[in-house]
Ligand binder design. Sequence first.
Ligand SMILES: Nc1ncnc2c1ncn2[C@@H]1O[C@H](COP(=O)(O)OP(=O)(O)OP(=O)(O)O)[C@@H](O)[C@H]1O
Ligand SMILES: [Mg+2]
Length: 405
Amino acid sequence: MRNVVFIAPFPMISTTFRFAKALATLQGIRLLGVFQEPPHGEGTRVFDDHVVVPDALDARHLIGGVEALRKKYGHPSRIVGILENLQVQVAQVREHFDIPGAPAAVAERFRDKNLMKDELRRHGIPCARHKLLRCDEDAWQFAREVGFPQVLKPPSGAGCLATYRVDNAEGLTAVLREVRPSPHREVLAEEFLTGEEHSFETITIGGVPRFHSITRYLPSPLEVMRNSWIQWVCLAPRDISGKEYDEARRVGVDVVQKLGLDAGFTHMEWFRRPNGSVAVGEIAMRPPGAQIVRITSLAYDADLYRAWARAVVDNAYDGPWERKYSVGVAFLRGTGAGRVAAVEGVEAAQRAVGQLVVEAKLPIIGAPKSSSYEGDGFAIVRSPTTETTLAALKTIIETVRVRYQ
Ligand SMILES: Nc1ncnc2c1ncn2[C@@H]1O[C@H](COP(=O)(O)OP(=O)(O)OP(=O)(O)O)[C@@H](O)[C@H]1O
Ligand SMILES: [Mg+2]
Protein backbone atom coordinates (compact mmCIF):
# COMPACT_ATOMS: atom_id res chain seq x y z
CA MET A 1 0.00 0.00 0.00
CA ARG A 2 1.50 3.34 -1.08
CA ASN A 3 0.76 6.42 0.98
CA VAL A 4 -0.19 9.36 -1.19
CA VAL A 5 -0.59 12.71 0.56
CA PHE A 6 -2.85 15.30 -1.06
CA ILE A 7 -2.37 18.82 0.28
CA ALA A 8 -5.28 21.23 -0.14
CA PRO A 9 -6.46 24.04 2.15
CA PHE A 10 -10.10 23.44 1.23
CA PRO A 11 -10.49 19.90 -0.12
CA MET A 12 -14.23 20.07 -0.68
CA ILE A 13 -14.14 22.84 -3.31
CA SER A 14 -15.55 20.93 -6.26
CA THR A 15 -12.65 21.60 -8.65
CA THR A 16 -10.15 20.45 -6.01
CA PHE A 17 -12.20 17.45 -5.00
CA ARG A 18 -12.18 16.09 -8.55
CA PHE A 19 -8.40 15.64 -8.29
CA ALA A 20 -8.73 13.93 -4.91
CA LYS A 21 -11.28 11.51 -6.36
CA ALA A 22 -8.93 10.75 -9.25
CA LEU A 23 -6.12 9.91 -6.80
CA ALA A 24 -8.48 7.60 -4.95
CA THR A 25 -9.04 5.53 -8.14
CA LEU A 26 -5.36 4.54 -8.37
CA GLN A 27 -4.32 1.01 -7.49
CA GLY A 28 -2.84 0.22 -4.10
CA ILE A 29 -3.15 3.72 -2.69
CA ARG A 30 -3.83 4.93 0.80
CA LEU A 31 -5.07 8.49 0.26
CA LEU A 32 -4.11 10.83 3.07
CA GLY A 33 -4.96 14.50 3.28
CA VAL A 34 -3.38 17.56 4.84
CA PHE A 35 -6.03 20.27 4.97
CA GLN A 36 -6.94 23.49 6.62
CA GLU A 37 -10.62 22.61 6.66
CA PRO A 38 -11.74 19.03 7.23
CA PRO A 39 -13.58 17.15 4.48
CA HIS A 40 -17.22 16.29 4.91
CA GLY A 41 -19.83 14.14 3.18
CA GLU A 42 -18.29 12.22 0.29
CA GLY A 43 -14.88 13.61 1.27
CA THR A 44 -14.75 11.49 4.39
CA ARG A 45 -15.08 8.38 2.20
CA VAL A 46 -12.56 9.45 -0.45
CA PHE A 47 -9.74 10.11 2.02
CA ASP A 48 -8.53 7.22 4.15
CA ASP A 49 -7.36 9.66 6.78
CA HIS A 50 -6.40 13.29 7.13
CA VAL A 51 -4.93 15.88 9.43
CA VAL A 52 -5.98 19.49 9.75
CA VAL A 53 -3.29 22.15 10.08
CA PRO A 54 -3.80 25.82 11.01
CA ASP A 55 -2.26 27.19 7.80
CA ALA A 56 -2.03 24.94 4.77
CA LEU A 57 0.11 27.47 2.90
CA ASP A 58 2.87 27.32 5.51
CA ALA A 59 5.50 24.65 4.78
CA ARG A 60 6.30 24.18 8.49
CA HIS A 61 2.67 23.38 9.27
CA LEU A 62 2.53 21.07 6.27
CA ILE A 63 5.66 19.22 7.41
CA GLY A 64 4.08 18.80 10.84
CA GLY A 65 0.91 17.44 9.24
CA VAL A 66 2.74 14.98 7.01
CA GLU A 67 4.90 13.87 9.95
CA ALA A 68 1.77 13.01 11.96
CA LEU A 69 0.51 10.87 9.06
CA ARG A 70 3.95 9.30 8.57
CA LYS A 71 4.06 8.17 12.20
CA LYS A 72 0.73 6.42 11.73
CA TYR A 73 1.11 4.92 8.24
CA GLY A 74 4.79 5.00 7.32
CA HIS A 75 6.69 7.00 4.73
CA PRO A 76 4.65 8.67 1.98
CA SER A 77 5.43 7.64 -1.57
CA ARG A 78 4.13 10.90 -3.09
CA ILE A 79 3.06 14.33 -1.83
CA VAL A 80 0.97 16.33 -4.29
CA GLY A 81 -1.21 19.42 -4.51
CA ILE A 82 -2.88 21.30 -7.35
CA LEU A 83 -3.14 24.88 -6.10
CA GLU A 84 -0.84 27.46 -7.67
CA ASN A 85 0.08 29.14 -4.40
CA LEU A 86 1.00 25.80 -2.80
CA GLN A 87 3.49 24.55 -5.36
CA VAL A 88 6.70 25.75 -3.70
CA GLN A 89 5.61 24.68 -0.21
CA VAL A 90 4.58 21.22 -1.45
CA ALA A 91 8.02 20.91 -3.09
CA GLN A 92 9.69 21.96 0.18
CA VAL A 93 7.74 19.30 2.05
CA ARG A 94 8.76 16.70 -0.52
CA GLU A 95 12.39 17.71 -0.12
CA HIS A 96 12.09 17.53 3.67
CA PHE A 97 10.87 13.93 3.48
CA ASP A 98 13.05 13.04 0.51
CA ILE A 99 10.14 12.14 -1.73
CA PRO A 100 10.23 12.09 -5.55
CA GLY A 101 8.79 15.07 -7.41
CA ALA A 102 9.86 18.53 -8.49
CA PRO A 103 12.33 20.11 -6.04
CA ALA A 104 11.67 23.57 -4.62
CA ALA A 105 14.15 25.21 -7.01
CA VAL A 106 12.13 23.97 -10.00
CA ALA A 107 8.83 24.90 -8.35
CA GLU A 108 10.18 28.44 -7.82
CA ARG A 109 10.91 28.81 -11.51
CA PHE A 110 7.29 27.93 -12.32
CA ARG A 111 5.90 30.09 -9.57
CA ASP A 112 7.94 33.29 -9.58
CA LYS A 113 7.22 35.11 -12.84
CA ASN A 114 10.42 37.16 -12.57
CA LEU A 115 12.63 34.10 -12.16
CA MET A 116 10.61 32.31 -14.85
CA LYS A 117 11.12 35.08 -17.38
CA ASP A 118 14.83 35.43 -16.55
CA GLU A 119 15.15 31.73 -17.28
CA LEU A 120 13.05 31.82 -20.46
CA ARG A 121 15.05 34.76 -21.77
CA ARG A 122 18.33 33.01 -20.92
CA HIS A 123 17.20 30.14 -23.16
CA GLY A 124 16.08 32.44 -25.95
CA ILE A 125 12.38 31.64 -25.48
CA PRO A 126 10.19 34.59 -26.57
CA CYS A 127 8.35 36.36 -23.72
CA ALA A 128 7.59 39.91 -22.55
CA ARG A 129 10.49 42.08 -21.40
CA HIS A 130 10.24 42.43 -17.65
CA LYS A 131 11.70 44.13 -14.62
CA LEU A 132 11.29 43.62 -10.91
CA LEU A 133 10.37 46.98 -9.35
CA ARG A 134 11.65 47.82 -5.86
CA CYS A 135 10.85 51.53 -5.98
CA ASP A 136 8.96 54.01 -8.17
CA GLU A 137 12.13 55.01 -9.98
CA ASP A 138 12.57 51.41 -11.19
CA ALA A 139 9.16 51.74 -12.81
CA TRP A 140 9.99 55.00 -14.55
CA GLN A 141 13.27 53.58 -15.78
CA PHE A 142 11.45 50.53 -17.22
CA ALA A 143 8.90 52.85 -18.82
CA ARG A 144 11.71 54.75 -20.55
CA GLU A 145 13.08 51.43 -21.85
CA VAL A 146 9.90 49.73 -23.10
CA GLY A 147 7.27 52.48 -23.19
CA PHE A 148 3.52 51.70 -22.83
CA PRO A 149 1.32 49.75 -22.48
CA GLN A 150 2.69 47.67 -19.65
CA VAL A 151 1.36 45.23 -17.10
CA LEU A 152 2.16 45.53 -13.38
CA LYS A 153 1.49 42.52 -11.20
CA PRO A 154 2.69 40.59 -8.17
CA PRO A 155 5.70 38.39 -9.05
CA SER A 156 3.84 35.31 -7.75
CA GLY A 157 0.23 36.19 -8.39
CA ALA A 158 -2.62 33.91 -9.39
CA GLY A 159 -6.11 34.44 -10.70
CA CYS A 160 -5.19 37.83 -12.22
CA LEU A 161 -5.37 39.45 -8.80
CA ALA A 162 -3.69 42.87 -8.45
CA THR A 163 -2.79 42.77 -12.14
CA TYR A 164 -2.95 46.17 -13.85
CA ARG A 165 -2.70 47.26 -17.41
CA VAL A 166 -0.93 50.62 -17.61
CA ASP A 167 -1.40 52.65 -20.79
CA ASN A 168 0.50 55.87 -20.13
CA ALA A 169 2.45 57.92 -17.59
CA GLU A 170 -0.71 59.07 -15.77
CA GLY A 171 -1.79 55.46 -15.49
CA LEU A 172 1.61 54.48 -14.14
CA THR A 173 1.46 57.22 -11.49
CA ALA A 174 -1.96 55.98 -10.38
CA VAL A 175 -0.98 52.30 -10.28
CA LEU A 176 2.27 53.03 -8.44
CA ARG A 177 0.23 54.81 -5.78
CA GLU A 178 -1.77 51.63 -5.46
CA VAL A 179 0.95 48.95 -5.55
CA ARG A 180 3.77 50.99 -3.91
CA PRO A 181 6.79 48.89 -4.89
CA SER A 182 9.49 48.55 -2.23
CA PRO A 183 12.28 46.07 -1.43
CA HIS A 184 9.74 44.28 0.78
CA ARG A 185 6.95 44.51 -1.75
CA GLU A 186 8.37 43.82 -5.16
CA VAL A 187 6.19 44.36 -8.19
CA LEU A 188 6.75 42.84 -11.60
CA ALA A 189 6.48 45.11 -14.63
CA GLU A 190 6.14 43.58 -18.07
CA GLU A 191 5.92 44.97 -21.53
CA PHE A 192 2.34 44.44 -22.79
CA LEU A 193 1.98 41.58 -25.25
CA THR A 194 -0.66 42.07 -27.90
CA GLY A 195 -2.32 39.22 -29.70
CA GLU A 196 -4.63 36.30 -29.13
CA GLU A 197 -4.17 34.60 -25.79
CA HIS A 198 -4.14 30.80 -25.56
CA SER A 199 -3.18 28.08 -23.16
CA PHE A 200 -0.95 25.06 -23.73
CA GLU A 201 -1.17 22.11 -21.38
CA THR A 202 1.09 19.09 -21.11
CA ILE A 203 1.26 15.88 -19.20
CA THR A 204 4.99 15.38 -18.78
CA ILE A 205 6.72 12.19 -17.64
CA GLY A 206 10.49 11.75 -17.33
CA GLY A 207 10.98 15.27 -18.69
CA VAL A 208 9.11 14.42 -21.91
CA PRO A 209 5.70 15.98 -22.64
CA ARG A 210 3.66 12.92 -23.60
CA PHE A 211 0.42 14.76 -24.16
CA HIS A 212 -0.43 18.32 -25.02
CA SER A 213 -3.53 20.38 -25.62
CA ILE A 214 -4.36 23.95 -26.60
CA THR A 215 -7.26 26.22 -25.69
CA ARG A 216 -8.13 29.77 -26.70
CA TYR A 217 -9.27 32.52 -24.32
CA LEU A 218 -11.92 34.86 -25.74
CA PRO A 219 -11.16 37.55 -24.64
CA SER A 220 -7.98 37.51 -22.51
CA PRO A 221 -8.22 36.91 -18.74
CA LEU A 222 -7.01 40.44 -17.98
CA GLU A 223 -9.76 41.92 -20.16
CA VAL A 224 -12.23 39.67 -18.36
CA MET A 225 -10.98 40.75 -14.93
CA ARG A 226 -11.14 44.43 -15.85
CA ASN A 227 -14.77 44.07 -16.93
CA SER A 228 -16.73 42.06 -14.39
CA TRP A 229 -19.75 41.82 -16.71
CA ILE A 230 -17.99 40.08 -19.60
CA GLN A 231 -19.30 36.58 -20.20
CA TRP A 232 -16.27 34.95 -21.71
CA VAL A 233 -15.34 31.73 -23.35
CA CYS A 234 -12.49 29.25 -23.16
CA LEU A 235 -12.44 27.11 -26.28
CA ALA A 236 -10.64 23.88 -27.15
CA PRO A 237 -10.55 23.82 -30.96
CA ARG A 238 -11.38 20.49 -32.59
CA ASP A 239 -8.03 20.16 -34.34
CA ILE A 240 -4.69 21.40 -33.04
CA SER A 241 -2.48 19.28 -35.27
CA GLY A 242 -2.16 21.90 -38.00
CA LYS A 243 0.84 24.01 -38.94
CA GLU A 244 -0.67 27.09 -37.30
CA TYR A 245 0.12 25.51 -33.93
CA ASP A 246 3.62 24.23 -34.82
CA GLU A 247 5.46 27.09 -33.15
CA ALA A 248 3.26 27.03 -30.04
CA ARG A 249 3.94 23.32 -29.71
CA ARG A 250 7.67 23.74 -30.16
CA VAL A 251 7.88 26.63 -27.70
CA GLY A 252 5.53 24.92 -25.23
CA VAL A 253 7.62 21.76 -25.08
CA ASP A 254 10.82 23.81 -24.88
CA VAL A 255 9.54 25.80 -21.89
CA VAL A 256 8.68 22.67 -19.89
CA GLN A 257 12.07 21.15 -20.60
CA LYS A 258 14.16 24.28 -20.07
CA LEU A 259 12.48 24.98 -16.73
CA GLY A 260 13.36 21.42 -15.76
CA LEU A 261 10.10 19.69 -14.88
CA ASP A 262 10.39 15.92 -14.56
CA ALA A 263 6.77 14.85 -14.19
CA GLY A 264 3.45 16.56 -13.89
CA PHE A 265 0.69 18.51 -15.53
CA THR A 266 1.70 21.90 -16.89
CA HIS A 267 -0.39 24.90 -17.88
CA MET A 268 1.20 27.59 -20.02
CA GLU A 269 -0.32 30.78 -21.39
CA TRP A 270 0.88 32.12 -24.71
CA PHE A 271 0.04 34.85 -27.17
CA ARG A 272 -0.17 34.66 -30.92
CA ARG A 273 1.20 38.07 -31.80
CA PRO A 274 -0.16 40.08 -34.74
CA ASN A 275 2.81 38.97 -36.87
CA GLY A 276 1.93 35.32 -36.17
CA SER A 277 4.82 34.62 -33.81
CA VAL A 278 4.38 33.08 -30.37
CA ALA A 279 5.27 34.71 -27.03
CA VAL A 280 5.00 32.95 -23.69
CA GLY A 281 2.85 34.60 -21.02
CA GLU A 282 3.64 32.28 -18.14
CA ILE A 283 3.65 28.63 -17.13
CA ALA A 284 2.50 26.77 -14.04
CA MET A 285 3.45 23.24 -12.96
CA ARG A 286 -0.08 22.25 -12.04
CA PRO A 287 -3.32 21.56 -13.87
CA PRO A 288 -5.20 24.64 -15.11
CA GLY A 289 -8.34 26.15 -13.61
CA ALA A 290 -11.21 27.74 -15.57
CA GLN A 291 -12.72 24.30 -16.34
CA ILE A 292 -9.84 23.59 -18.76
CA VAL A 293 -9.19 20.10 -17.36
CA ARG A 294 -12.88 19.32 -17.80
CA ILE A 295 -13.17 20.63 -21.35
CA THR A 296 -9.93 18.94 -22.35
CA SER A 297 -11.25 15.65 -20.97
CA LEU A 298 -14.42 16.07 -23.00
CA ALA A 299 -12.46 16.94 -26.17
CA TYR A 300 -10.53 13.66 -25.97
CA ASP A 301 -13.20 11.53 -24.31
CA ALA A 302 -10.59 10.87 -21.65
CA ASP A 303 -10.31 11.51 -17.91
CA LEU A 304 -7.60 14.12 -17.51
CA TYR A 305 -8.08 14.21 -13.73
CA ARG A 306 -7.05 10.60 -13.63
CA ALA A 307 -4.28 11.28 -16.15
CA TRP A 308 -2.90 13.90 -13.74
CA ALA A 309 -3.05 11.38 -10.88
CA ARG A 310 -1.34 8.68 -12.97
CA ALA A 311 1.40 11.11 -13.98
CA VAL A 312 2.23 12.52 -10.55
CA VAL A 313 1.80 9.30 -8.57
CA ASP A 314 2.63 6.46 -10.98
CA ASN A 315 4.78 8.37 -13.50
CA ALA A 316 2.56 6.74 -16.09
CA TYR A 317 0.54 7.95 -19.06
CA ASP A 318 -2.28 5.85 -20.49
CA GLY A 319 -2.83 7.74 -23.77
CA PRO A 320 -2.41 8.72 -26.56
CA TRP A 321 -5.97 9.82 -27.03
CA GLU A 322 -7.70 11.13 -30.09
CA ARG A 323 -9.06 14.67 -30.05
CA LYS A 324 -12.61 14.03 -31.20
CA TYR A 325 -14.56 17.16 -30.36
CA SER A 326 -14.36 20.87 -29.97
CA VAL A 327 -15.37 21.80 -26.45
CA GLY A 328 -15.74 25.17 -24.80
CA VAL A 329 -16.99 26.76 -21.65
CA ALA A 330 -18.95 29.99 -21.28
CA PHE A 331 -18.68 31.71 -17.90
CA LEU A 332 -21.88 33.35 -16.68
CA ARG A 333 -21.46 36.84 -15.21
CA GLY A 334 -23.17 40.19 -15.46
CA THR A 335 -23.24 43.91 -14.75
CA GLY A 336 -23.81 45.25 -11.29
CA ALA A 337 -22.79 44.21 -7.82
CA GLY A 338 -24.24 42.44 -4.82
CA ARG A 339 -25.96 39.09 -4.94
CA VAL A 340 -27.35 37.08 -7.81
CA ALA A 341 -30.94 38.29 -8.20
CA ALA A 342 -32.02 36.60 -11.45
CA VAL A 343 -30.73 34.52 -14.32
CA GLU A 344 -32.63 35.34 -17.50
CA GLY A 345 -32.65 33.72 -20.90
CA VAL A 346 -31.81 30.21 -19.73
CA GLU A 347 -34.83 28.62 -21.41
CA ALA A 348 -34.24 30.47 -24.65
CA ALA A 349 -30.59 29.39 -24.64
CA GLN A 350 -31.68 25.86 -23.91
CA ARG A 351 -34.08 25.85 -26.83
CA ALA A 352 -31.44 27.23 -29.17
CA VAL A 353 -28.38 25.14 -28.25
CA GLY A 354 -29.39 22.92 -25.33
CA GLN A 355 -28.64 19.73 -27.25
CA LEU A 356 -24.95 20.70 -27.35
CA VAL A 357 -24.63 21.56 -23.66
CA VAL A 358 -22.96 18.69 -21.81
CA GLU A 359 -22.62 20.28 -18.39
CA ALA A 360 -23.82 23.48 -16.76
CA LYS A 361 -24.00 25.16 -13.41
CA LEU A 362 -26.40 28.05 -13.18
CA PRO A 363 -25.70 30.97 -10.83
CA ILE A 364 -27.38 30.43 -7.46
CA ILE A 365 -29.99 33.06 -6.66
CA GLY A 366 -28.92 34.92 -3.54
CA ALA A 367 -25.25 33.96 -3.76
CA PRO A 368 -22.76 36.84 -3.53
CA LYS A 369 -21.27 37.88 -6.86
CA SER A 370 -18.03 36.02 -7.51
CA SER A 371 -14.85 38.09 -7.64
CA SER A 372 -13.15 35.53 -9.87
CA TYR A 373 -13.09 35.49 -13.65
CA GLU A 374 -14.92 32.18 -13.50
CA GLY A 375 -18.06 34.11 -12.64
CA ASP A 376 -21.13 32.64 -10.96
CA GLY A 377 -21.91 29.79 -13.30
CA PHE A 378 -20.90 28.13 -16.52
CA ALA A 379 -22.08 26.06 -19.46
CA ILE A 380 -19.92 23.57 -21.33
CA VAL A 381 -20.65 22.89 -24.99
CA ARG A 382 -19.34 20.02 -27.10
CA SER A 383 -19.68 19.35 -30.82
CA PRO A 384 -17.69 17.78 -33.65
CA THR A 385 -16.61 21.15 -35.10
CA THR A 386 -15.00 24.27 -33.68
CA GLU A 387 -17.43 26.49 -35.59
CA THR A 388 -20.52 24.81 -34.09
CA THR A 389 -19.11 24.88 -30.56
CA LEU A 390 -18.11 28.52 -30.83
CA ALA A 391 -21.48 29.54 -32.30
CA ALA A 392 -23.33 27.75 -29.47
CA LEU A 393 -21.15 29.42 -26.84
CA LYS A 394 -21.81 32.77 -28.48
CA THR A 395 -25.56 32.12 -28.35
CA ILE A 396 -25.30 31.30 -24.66
CA ILE A 397 -23.38 34.44 -23.70
CA GLU A 398 -25.68 36.59 -25.82
CA THR A 399 -28.86 35.01 -24.43
CA VAL A 400 -28.22 34.37 -20.74
CA ARG A 401 -28.19 37.42 -18.48
CA VAL A 402 -27.19 37.35 -14.83
CA ARG A 403 -28.66 40.18 -12.74
CA TYR A 404 -27.33 41.26 -9.38
CA GLN A 405 -28.84 43.32 -6.61
N1 LIG B 1 2.89 41.05 -20.30
C1 LIG B 1 1.59 40.91 -20.55
N2 LIG B 1 1.07 41.33 -21.73
C2 LIG B 1 -0.26 41.20 -21.99
N3 LIG B 1 -1.14 40.68 -21.12
C3 LIG B 1 -0.67 40.25 -19.94
C4 LIG B 1 0.71 40.33 -19.59
N4 LIG B 1 0.86 39.83 -18.35
C5 LIG B 1 -0.36 39.47 -17.95
N5 LIG B 1 -1.28 39.70 -18.90
C6 LIG B 1 -2.73 39.44 -18.83
O1 LIG B 1 -3.08 39.27 -17.48
C7 LIG B 1 -3.50 37.92 -17.25
C8 LIG B 1 -2.99 37.50 -15.90
O2 LIG B 1 -1.58 37.54 -15.89
P1 LIG B 1 -0.76 36.31 -15.33
O3 LIG B 1 -1.16 35.09 -16.02
O4 LIG B 1 0.66 36.66 -15.31
O5 LIG B 1 -1.29 36.32 -13.82
P2 LIG B 1 -1.93 35.20 -12.93
O6 LIG B 1 -2.32 35.92 -11.70
O7 LIG B 1 -1.01 34.06 -12.87
O8 LIG B 1 -3.24 34.77 -13.66
P3 LIG B 1 -3.86 33.31 -13.79
O9 LIG B 1 -3.79 32.65 -12.47
O10 LIG B 1 -5.23 33.64 -14.26
O11 LIG B 1 -3.06 32.63 -14.85
C9 LIG B 1 -2.97 37.13 -18.41
O12 LIG B 1 -3.75 35.99 -18.67
C10 LIG B 1 -3.08 38.15 -19.54
O13 LIG B 1 -4.41 38.25 -20.02
MG1 LIG C 1 -1.88 33.37 -15.90
